[in-house]
Design a protein around this ligand. Sequence first.
Ligand code: SF4
Ligand code: SF4
Length: 263
Amino acid sequence: MTTFVTGLRRNESTGRNGYTEVDQNPMVPITQLNPMLDWTEDDVWSYINAYGLPVNPLYEHFSRIGCWCCPHKSSSEWQKIQRMFPQKAALLKKNLENLTDRLGIKDKQTFIDEYGWTYWIHSTKKVSIGINTVCQGGNSTTIILAADSGDQLERIAKLLPALTSDFRIIGNRLQVNLKDISEQRLRILVERALNCVGCGACLSNCVNCALHLENGNIAVDVNSCTQCHACLKTYPLKGSCIARHYSPRRAALIALDESSGTG
Ligand code: SF4
Ligand code: SF4
């Protein structure tokens, strides 16, 4: 049996409170062992001192070590990164500048220099896509998705076969017929398709390896997908997608649906 062993501790975050010593990792579908779950930070240092274990020298400067560009760092930790690793800090700044240009973010001072990017403060650009139920009868529902860009519909259409094959694009609209499928499933799929940033974290959720990235966006291979819908359930990956879960665009989509009912 393949397993991997972590040094995760329960009191590191509220999310880790729910972990168990023998766990399943949704990102890497193998058994995960967390033997130090109930250790305190003092326990860890006592153990290191008792056994004379080597310590990463970065612990002289940081209380926690992870990816150097982790957005969960405090502003004082970022200042240390800038002092200690100026080349990495410059690289990050350059990438953030490119990002602000790409997303049309005007307030670069807040986004880059005041670490606004760590909260993912991107422009409040509205995703003008509405979900409108046009016909409901028996166990069948017809939905129209209206978008203001072909790119949006294309992104949705690349993932839609995971839910249903019964859809067609008509101009800037997508007509989807749902039989025995809830609108909520469609909503999750649409939000995920629109918010995908191509991180690849959800690909392993499909046992048939039907999910892949196409031009940096999530897509499904119609020949491998069995429409089991496992990848559309909110568990194990929250909201089925990391970006969907955290993106402010999610709220925009819901607000538009409730207020205007695009038809
Ligand atoms: S987890 Fe979300 S953002 Fe990442 S590849 Fe999957 S759909 Fe895209
Ligand atoms: S998990 Fe199921 S529905 Fe999702 S892509 Fe794989 S086979 Fe298709």
